[in-house]
Design a protein around this ligand. Structure first.
Ligand SMILES: C[S@@+](CC[C@H](N)C(=O)[O-])C[C@H]1O[C@@H](n2cnc3c(N)ncnc32)[C@H](O)[C@@H]1O
Length: 406
């Protein structure tokens, strides 16, 4: 029922008083106008507000206790028209749509695109507390072990570095320094899914080494084989070595690490080297409400916000769930309204019906022990040459070469 000139309530106050999301009172107004609920509304300048009355508070309390059964019949409609953006390629939009539609998942790798690159860079430099302590230890391990790690490189005059998932390239600086100290000529190729991330890497590398030959490949390593680039780089040159890097625990976010490893394996010749670094069992595996730092939080949430879902989840309620069967920590955000999310892709329309309470997967972190990483590398055709861990046993470095399968 709609009336005029009564004391009205702000949706944010109702949400605070009743402990419901800010969207909930807006949905109750909608349901009242549709005749499903009997709240008293007041219309001011064409906008409807819930009146502050005992009648309304009784109804709202009861709606809250019933768990908002009415609302699911009338979803909020959101349209995401892919032609109006230039962040994702068509292939990526289709991947995003498919993951969200079939798995309720936003692929974590996409969080590094666009503004996510700067957020990763800020997160990286944020300090060594909480969830980025790991990345600091990873870089420290590389820094402290670069000399023994590169021991076998002395015979070469040129090293072509291919930095896969380069991030801001900070961990590579110590490696290039160590090579330069031995008068080895270095070519650096930054490879990343995110053009913006490569731009940051480029400025960091060129700042430290203004004369270095810098190359870049913007690609999704899940699908693209870099064999041609690697092959061409030291054609007929026995004094030149290809050194691939896959640093910073990128493997922990891979649901299909075998695909990446065999892709890398197939891109390499028998003399090429690969250094991998990452965490081994370093995250707590219990379920919990998760409090990431602000940069990490914003990076994992910019995509749902970009899609228009920003009003339909509460960032405070992000939580981790450990799946002991697949040994993965899944991080979710919960949708707090029924939402029909329409994707317009290549002139066709696809709707994803999200329900209140649906969990959207925003991050996967696979837990590996040292032995598991080694056995996975061996299974995918690599021969581990050297393995170094830090004293806490939380981070590891693996120097591997393709195993001769002939
Ligand atoms: C955890 S960060 C590591 C960055 C850097 N290697 C370091 O050690 O600090 C992961 C990086 O890999 C990139 N990445 C993730 N998945 C990728 C994929 N499928 N293809 C290419 N790059 C990817 C991200 O954009 C990001 O820059």
């Amino acid at each position: 029922m709609a009336t005029k000139n009564n004391k009205t309530l702000r949706n944010s106050d109702i949400s605070k008083t009743l402990g419901v999301s800010k969207q909930t009172p807006a949905n109750w107004i909608k349901q009242t106008l549709n005749g499903n609920i009997d709240l008293i509304l007041s219309t001011i300048k064409g906008k409807n507000y819930i009146v502050d009355s005992n009648h309304n508070w009784t109804i709202m309390n009861s709606l809250k206790n019933k768990g908002y059964k009415y609302i699911s019949s009338d979803p909020v409609e959101i349209t995401f028209d892919s032609s109006e953006q230039n962040v994702f390629s068509n292939q990526q939009i289709i991947q995003l749509y498919s993951s969200l539609s079939s798995k309720r998942e936003i692929p974590y790798k996409f969080t590094y695109l666009s503004e996510g690159a700067e957020l990763w860079d800020l997160h990286y430099g944020y300090g060594s507390q909480g969830d980025n302590a790991f990345i600091k230890k990873d870089a420290e391990l590389i820094n402290n072990n670069v000399v023994p790690l590169l021991g076998r490189i002395d015979d070469y005059e040129n090293v072509n570095i291919f930095d896969i998932g380069c991030g801001n390239a900070q961990p590579v600086i110590s490696i290039i320094n160590a090579l330069k100290a031995r008068n080895i000529e270095v070519t650096y190729t930054a490879i990343d899914i995110s053009k913006e991330m490569i731009d940051i890497a480029k400025s960091n590398v060129l700042e430290s080494f203004p004369d270095i030959k810098f190359e870049q490949i913007v690609t999704d390593i899940d699908f693209f084989n870099i064999s041609e680039n690697i092959f061409k780089s030291n054609l007929n040159d026995s004094k030149s070595l290809n050194l691939l890097l896959y640093l910073g625990g990128t493997f922990s976010n891979q649901s299909d690490e075998s695909r990446t490893y065999s892709n890398l394996r197939d891109s390499m010749a028998e003399d090429d080297l690969l250094i991998i670094s990452g965490g081994i069992n370093d995250f707590p595996t219990q379920n919990n409400v998760y409090k990431p730092n602000k940069y990490h939080l914003d990076r994992t949430l910019w995509i749902p916000r970009f899609l228009g879902l920003g009003d339909y989840f509460d960032p405070e309620t992000i939580f981790n769930e450990y799946d002991p069967i697949n040994k993965v920590i899944n991080r979710f955000v919960e949708i707090n309204a029924d939402v029909a999310l329409k994707f317009v892709i290549l002139n066709s329309e696809k709707i994803i019906n999200l329900k209140r309470g649906d969990k959207i997967l925003i991050l996967e972190y696979y837990i590996h022990t040292l032995t598991e990483v080694i056995s996975s590398l061996e299974k995918n055709g690599f021969l581990p040459r050297q393995v170094i861990t830090n004293k806490e046993g939380e981070n590891a470095l693996f120097l591997v070469q393709p195993r001769n399968l002939a």
